[in-house]
Design a protein around this ligand. Structure first.
Ligand code: SAH
Ligand code: TRP
Length: 322
């Protein structure tokens, strides 16, 4: 396998103070990146295959239907994907580019080594003309250490991972990409749209309970990292659509009064019914998106969607170059 380039700034510093303050806060939360350890990345792949999780198959279908047009429009020599996961969906696009161009460099950028490995195995054998580069980093902290493209780069951010950022972080992330882009570069963004609440809720509460496992696994990750003693059995998976904020909020809800020992040896009491936020997943409207894009200096070139308008792909350009 190709070497993984690690551009994380705080590679080995475990951020105990941050965890303590997030857990002591009246509204408790955990850093979402801890959902994606080796097991979490595998569970995420399984979520994508569940019947209820319409996002992956809808986005895949939009990509397949429009790959030719997208590739003709941007003709990339490089593809740089943020939070690539297994890169399964991206394969369609890569295959189309290779038919047109002789060579392509694909950069897979992810915080999870497991995801980078899966991505490599997914793409390794496709073609001698494909160069796969693996980069480990955090898309909110390490973006400034990413080198600009050499020629016609296409940035990808799929799976509605943008929806896992609050508004401020989303604007910041999009701004950073607009700045990273050269004149000829493009950016393809996949986002989930507002729709019937029932459909959204069931996507995050699959019958097989894989999302529940994915959610609870964060406890094992932080137990190991910060020597904590959270017990899975003391929590239930709670994921519900908050229509005011137009977002799924995923929590671990305590089923008993109990206490855990924090890294500073303090005891933290957690009451029955108390909730710890592990992830949000925003569902966007056209208006929210155009507001985000204009604040981030991005301009819409093309917009692709499915028949039901469940999911959208936006092809964007940086407005730095009028
Ligand atoms: N793009 C894929 C995977 C989406 S899941 C798809 O559409 O199916 C989100 C991905 O982002 C995971 O692979 C996860 O490991 C990665 N990720 C989560 N937090 C991250 C962070 N802070 N920095 C970089 N990657 C992150
Ligand atoms: N980007 C994905 C989404 O927002 C991440 C995800 C998948 C997720 N399953 C989840 C987030 C369950 C929270 C809960 O859909």
């Amino acid at each position: 396998m190709n070497k993984i380039e690690n551009i994380s700034f705080n590679q080995n510093i475990s951020n105990e103070e941050n965890i303590i303050s997030l857990l002591k806060n009246k509204r408790k939360s955990l850093p979402t990146q801890y959902l994606y350890d080796d097991l979490g990345s595998k569970l995420f792949e399984k979520i994508c295959d569940t019947e209820e999780y319409y996002l992956t198959r809808t986005e895949k279908q939009i990509l397949e239907l429009n790959a030719s047009e997208i590739v003709n429009e941007v003709l990339p020599s490089e593809i740089f994907e943020f939070g690539s996961g297994s890169s399964k969906k991206t394969k369609t696009l890569i295959a189309k580019v290779l038919k047109k161009n002789k060579k392509l460099t694909y950069f897979s950028f992810d915080i999870s080594v497991k995801a980078l490995k899966m991505s490599y195995h997914e793409l390794d054998k496709i073609s001698e003309n494909l160069d796969v580069q693996l980069i480990k980093g955090d898309f909110n902290n390490d973006i400034k250490r990413i080198k600009k493209g050499k020629k016609n780069r296409l940035y990808l951010f799929l799976g509605s991972t943008l929806g896992n950022f609050n508004n401020k972080i989303a604007i910041n992330f999009l701004k950073n990409i607009a700045n990273l882009m050269n004149k000829e570069d493009s950016f393809l963004l996949g986002v989930d749209k507002v729709k019937d609440e029932k459909i959204i809720n069931s996507a995050y509460n699959d019958r097989k309970g894989i999302t529940k496992k994915f959610n609870k696994n964060i406890l094992n990750v932080i137990n190991k990292k910060y020597k904590l003693n959270f017990k899975e059995k003391n929590f239930l998976h709670n994921a519900k659509f908050n229509s005011e904020k137009s977002q799924i909020e995923m929590y671990l809800e305590s089923t008993v009064d109990h206490s855990i020992k924090l890294p500073n040896n303090e005891n933290l009491n957690i009451e029955k019914g108390e909730k710890i936020l592990t992830e949000i997943s925003r569902k966007f409207s056209e208006n929210t998106l155009s507001d985000l894009f204009s604040k981030a200096n991005l301009e819409i070139k093309k917009n692709y969607s499915d028949d039901k308008k469940y999911f959208s792909l936006y092809l964007l350009k940086s407005m730095k170059y009028p």
